[in-house]
Design a binder for this molecule. Structure first.
Ligand code: 5GP
Ligand code: MN
Ligand code: MN
Length: 323
């Protein structure tokens, strides 16, 4: 592992960096890529930003988002790959995977628990609420001004990963950083509306369908929902509209562990986990090959929906003994 100054030096030395986040990009992944990308441009670097998956509609307002190349890799003579908000090889997605076979150096900035990040230079800070916090420290080290476009991206990264500063990962440092961003002119209530206050109709229709599948364990501590491809298509939604649905089972009084099963294909299921006080969902996702954080994690399992539900719920009940 490296410290942030070491990674900052490596980044300073790069002329043509390629930046990416993770598949199914979220606010932290996109906000971090854009804040760093725009920041490095201000230092005169030839920056390329890519995403394996499409940008969810809700994030299309982010300053600079139109400069992220989606789904294909521009042919350029990159001299550094900077991976943000993930540190396991499969998370950046199919676009970036072939690059890892070349001898392009890789720098990773992440806040997920991972003792074996795949980069040549790795800065993993698990107490950072969002990768955006790390990027902000890095931009300070690189002496990049937090101009409004950068500040908006950093704010979005932090506000999404902290659930508007409500989750356990929020620290005094998080608030201090955000205070600085607001000082730089971030329009807080406008962004709250754009990110949380306005949902596409498809998301609401999907919520209606998903809530119909809500189940609760006998002990009342585990709540889960499942969403099939057929349901997504029936309401004219897309995978991006599933994001955030897990907050509903999580909200139920007495629920410690919330789970959403999302069918990705006939034999492929994405599972999301959230916990409130006790269950280490990073470990839980880890038993199925995934990961994340103590209170928010996920994994993708190759099996049909019924089998995945059966296995995951068995493990969940085992973890919450007496449930
Ligand atoms: P979500 O449920 O919102 O997709 O993800 C919650 C958290 O778990 C995020 O921090 C995300 O990065 C992580 N996560 C989700 N799916 C996976 C996965 O398949 N593998 C790993 N390592 N982390 C995941
Ligand atoms: Mn993320
Ligand atoms: Mn994150």
């Amino acid at each position: 592992m490296n410290n942030l100054s070491q990674v900052a030096e490596i980044i300073k030395g790069a002329k043509r960096p390629l930046l990416c986040g993770h598949i199914m990009p979220d606010g932290d992944s996109l906000g971090s890529v854009l804040a760093l990308g725009l920041g490095l441009r201000r230092l005169g670097k030839e920056v390329t930003m890519v995403s394996s998956d499409p940008i969810p509609e809700v994030y299309l307002f982010l300053p600079g988002v139109e400069e992220i190349t989606v789904g294909h890799l521009p042919e350029r003579d990159y001299d550094l790959l900077i991976v943000l908000d993930c540190s396991v090889k499969d998370r950046p997605g199919p676009l970036v995977l072939p690059l890892l076979e070349r001898d392009l150096p890789v720098a990773i900035l992440d806040h997920h628990v991972n003792d074996h990040p795949f980069g040549n230079y790795n800065y993993i800070h698990t107490r950072a609420a969002a990768t955006g916090e790390i990027v902000m420290d890095l931009l300070d080290l690189l002496q990049v001004d937090l101009v409004l476009d950068i500040a908006v991206n950093l704010y979005t990264a932090i506000v999404t990963d902290t659930g508007s500063f409500r989750y356990e990962n929020t620290t005094p440092g998080t608030h201090q950083k955000v205070a600085r961003l607001i000082d730089h002119g971030v329009p807080v209530s406008k962004l709250s509306n754009l990110i949380f206050g306005e949902q596409p109709l498809e998301s609401i229709r999907l919520m209606e369908v998903a809530l119909g599948t809500l189940e609760l364990s006998e002990c009342g501590q585990i709540a889960w929902m499942s969403i099939t491809q057929e349901q997504i298509q029936r309401v004219g939604a897309e995978d991006q509209h599933v994001d955030g649905l897990i907050n509903y089972p999580r909200k139920i009084k007495g629920v410690e562990l919330a789970i959403v099963f999302r069918e990705l294909g006939s034999n492929l299921v994405k599972v999301s986990f959230r916990s409130k006080y006790k269950v280490d969902v990073n470990l839980l996702a880890g038993t199925f090959g995934g990961g994340g954080h103590v209170r928010a994690s996920g994994c993708t399992i190759e099996a049909d929906l019924a089998k995945v539900k059966d296995e995951v719920l068995k493990e969940a009940h085992r973890l919450l003994r007496g449930c």
